[in-house]
Design a protein around this ligand. Sequence first.
Ligand SMILES: Cc1cc2nc3c(=O)[nH]c(=O)nc-3n(C[C@H](O)[C@H](O)[C@H](O)COP(=O)(O)OP(=O)(O)OC[C@H]3O[C@@H](n4cnc5c(N)ncnc54)[C@H](O)[C@@H]3O)c2cc1C
Length: 469
Amino acid sequence: MSSQGKGAVFQDSGRVVIVGASLAGLRAAETLRAEGFRGHLTLIGNEPYLPYDRPPLSNAVLTGWVPAEHTTLPWRETLADVEWRLGVAATGLDLSAKQVRLADGYTVEFDRLLIATGTRARPWPNQAEAELEGVFTLRGRDDAKLLQQRLAAKPHRVLVMGGGFTGSEIASACCELGLPVTIVERGAAPLVGALGGTIAERVATLQRQHGVDLRCGVMVTSLEGDAQGRLCRAHLSDGSTIDTEVAVVALGAIRNTEWLRDSGLAAGTFGVGCDAGCRAFDINAIVTDDVFVAGDVARFPHPLYHYQFLSLEHWGNAVEQATVAAHNMVCAPTARRPHVAVPAFWSSQFGVNIKSVGVPSAASEVVITQGDLASASFVAAYGKAGQLVAAVTFNHAKWVEFYQRLLEQAAPFPPKIPGAFQPTLSSPAPAAFPDPIRGPNPTHEATVVLTGHDPNERRVQWIPRPRAT
Ligand SMILES: Cc1cc2nc3c(=O)[nH]c(=O)nc-3n(C[C@H](O)[C@H](O)[C@H](O)COP(=O)(O)OP(=O)(O)OC[C@H]3O[C@@H](n4cnc5c(N)ncnc54)[C@H](O)[C@@H]3O)c2cc1C
């Protein structure tokens, strides 16, 4: 039965405010209108642009195929009457007054609020070095445009600091452009935090086959500029140096939760905690009624992973979670839906289409169920304690749905695959994820993080009980 059929409670009037005018914010706004919400709808975004798509920024935009301005996300006509407040950041949230404070001094009142403020690129830790001309990060449209222009000017070498998905995609774009590129990765191999050592070793080979100067197990310790403040050299922890005039900082993402610091919500390093129905938790882990969370900034429990909390940086999750959050914002309490989609993401790099379903980093073992590891065309199934927890395909995208169904059924590991396949690694091997204590830890965290609790978030307010007299 639809939410309306069950007696929707919040449809004709009221004010919904969405903070974060990007993928999750936009899809939530569309869903609100599709679910029949006719009240006032405001989208607040600190970027000056209407919502745009980020995945093309690290490939099609960098290679010059798509101008950065052409990444605007399409949206439905039903949003014609939305109030856009763009180019202004939310700086605070007053839960009791139900107000969002803005950087321009205004406040915006809400009846229901959706937090969709996503993540930003982690900057180079030394500010003076980060400000050298030629040092870039990549998160937004302006970043991509500047980097594209710089790559088009044919630098003699590009240094990518961090071999996670973004760093590897940037390096792949450089190879497409015929530019010499070096990746410096602190972990044992690129993508090791996301895919584990066994598969990441294959990624390392792939990158080297495409000409990447890949240096693993080392870090960039400092960046050196010339007298004009232009980057000229990077110093590495093994004592070596790399002469380069372009460096891209690809050290992962930071969740945009600072504006919620004093709000009383459970907002921290891994995002804003919420229940499976996307309702935000306060710092006492009590669920709020009128504040919802979606997208990269959300941290939510997932039944397939024993209700541990997931923090994802996945396009598909932003869309799905925003849809569920928006539905739950306006439906009757009995019609609420849980956000239980199996996590999924994709990446295109070095001619390989990588797709992942589930949470590979939750695994202790991996097995190649189809294809051939050596040819970079295979399916890797990940398992823990006899249960399938993820599958990653390299140029085997048509199998993703099959594994997704297995994951939804909490299928056993190793999985039984129909047909006659000749896998190259047919018995489980260690997945070889880095030990978070012993390391070496990758430069870039996985784009999916599973946490039982956030150790930084022990901010519970003890409210003394009134004494019995
Ligand atoms: C280069 C790149 C490549 C990617 N490639 C892939 C891919 O191949 N596959 C995949 O699955 N995912 C990919 N992703 C991830 C995907 O784009 C994200 O998961 C998705 O954008 C998340 O959407 P979101 O709306 O939750 O957050 P975001 O897109 O981060 O949007 C949040 C918005 O809120 C704004 N904001 C932040 N703080 C405030 C504030 N205080 N006040 C107002 N506004 C604020 C931000 O500026 C931003 O506009 C990629 C991301 C990048 C950067």
